[in-house]
Ligand binder design. Structure first.
Ligand SMILES: Cc1ncc(COP(=O)(O)O)c(C=O)c1O
Length: 370
């Protein structure tokens, strides 16, 4: 398999640990190991007794139980734990697709959602959100793109990079289309749980559709990307078993301390995600004010969910703009061209506590250019 370079991850590899102000991170504020362990009185003691041998390949049973509680129709034995969401994407594409197959992917997209398919030799058709209508999706576009080789449709909601969150009718319409046509829906839900109004939370696709796959992770809403714990949830037994067997060739099993810590964090989801939602809400208010005071340069649309947005830059190239900003003020934005040609937008992240300082520097940069 030949894969193109992962443009976004290479960009992070260059800047993530050197730029002082990461204003494009997609994950929420993280926490120290000690703070996580302090959530339960005996957690430190139990962690020190953990055996560090191989773990169960499908995932720790208690962790799978805890994950299953996030769904309505998924039981623990329908959850398969992976090393982050990234391993799950790689493995799923490998078992779903053969050379010559066709896949339709919600665009713009986190590169692996299309790139792994392309590397396998599948044809990838974009299913683009409409920037003129807050990146809304049109199910008619999927219907028109379907062929008799279409094996899967990928949807990512809340969406990276735009923050787009559809109404639930879109999920049900896509589910019905998948039943009529026979393709599998792969629903990347790694930003689920970050809706500013809980009433806006979409049903998980694996709850709605028996053949679909939902993808979840500890990285985004929980801010625990360093655990490298992600999962798929699906009632599709054939696909589940194939995925479980494929994992023997990637990681075999997960890290025992990470599984322990992920289960601990999930038991305290309300505390951890609640804190992060408060950070997001405060940061979004600041961004509203910031973009209102620079309305001539940017087109800003406040998203209803997630920890990122994709404002457009007017009148200059986003690539040089981002380069200049990080060089002069140490503030990192993600230029839209990393998602593909033609996006003169940048990804901005608002799940981190230091956004006010980063925004001050961003503001100083803009004033110095004026
Ligand atoms: C939409 C989407 N899917 C999957 C991933 C991969 O998640 P992880 O790094 O936790 O494996 C990311 C990470 O940014 C993402 O934004």
């Amino acid at each position: 398999m030949k894969l193109d370079r992962f443009r976004l991850e290479r960009y992070f590899a260059e800047h993530e640990f050197t730029a002082p102000y990461l204003l494009c991170a997609s994950d929420c504020e993280s926490m120290a190991l000690g703070d996580l362990l302090a959530l339960e009185p005996d957690a430190r003691e139990r962690m020190s007794l953990l055996r560090l041998g191989y773990t169960e390949s499908l995932g720790n049973p208690e962790l799978r139980q805890t994950i299953a509680r996030q769904y309505k129709n998924i039981s623990a034995d329908q959850v398969l734990v992976h090393a982050g969401a990234e391993e799950a994407i790689f493995n799923l594409m490998n078992i779903l697709l053969e050379p010559g197959d066709h896949i339709i992917v919600h665009a713009p997209y986190y590169q692996s959602l299309g790139e792994v398919a392309r590397g396998i030799g599948a044809e990838v058709t974009d299913w683009p959100g409409d920037p003129q209508h807050a990146w809304a999706l049109d199910i008619g576009d999927v219907e028109r793109a379907l062929t008799n080789r279409t094996k899967a449709v990928v949807i990512n909601v809340p969406h990276n990079p735009t923050g787009y969150l559809p109404v639930s009718a879109v999920i049900h319409e896509l589910s019905e289309l998948s039943e009529r046509h026979g393709f599998i829906v792969f629903s990347d839900e790694v930003y689920r749980g970050l809706e500013q109004d809980p009433a806006d939370r979409l049903p998980a696709f694996a709850d709605v559709n028996e053949r679909a796959v939902s993808l979840g992770v500890m990285s985004k809403a929980y801010g625990l990307a360093g655990l490298r714990i992600g999962w798929i949830a699906s009632r599709n037994a054939k696909l589940f078993n194939e995925l479980a067997a494929f994992k023997d060739y990637t990681t075999i099993c997960n890290s025992a301390p990470s599984e322990f810590l992920a289960a601990l964090a999930l038991r305290h989801a309300d505390t951890i995600v609640g804190r992060n939602l408060q950070i997001i809400s405060d940061n979004l208010d600041r961004l509203d004010r910031f973009f209102a005071s620079h309305a001539e340069r940017f087109a800003w649309h406040r998203p209803r969910a997630g920890s990122i947005a994709f404002p457009a830059l007017m009148g200059e190239s986003v690539e040089t703009f981002c380069e200049d900003l990080v060089r002069k003020q140490g503030v990192l934005l993600l230029p839209g061209n990393l998602y593909g040609p033609g996006f003169n937008s940048f990804r901005i992240g608002f799940g981190r506590k230091n956004l006010p300082e980063a925004l001050e520097r961003f503001d100083a940069y803009l004033r110095s250019k004026a």
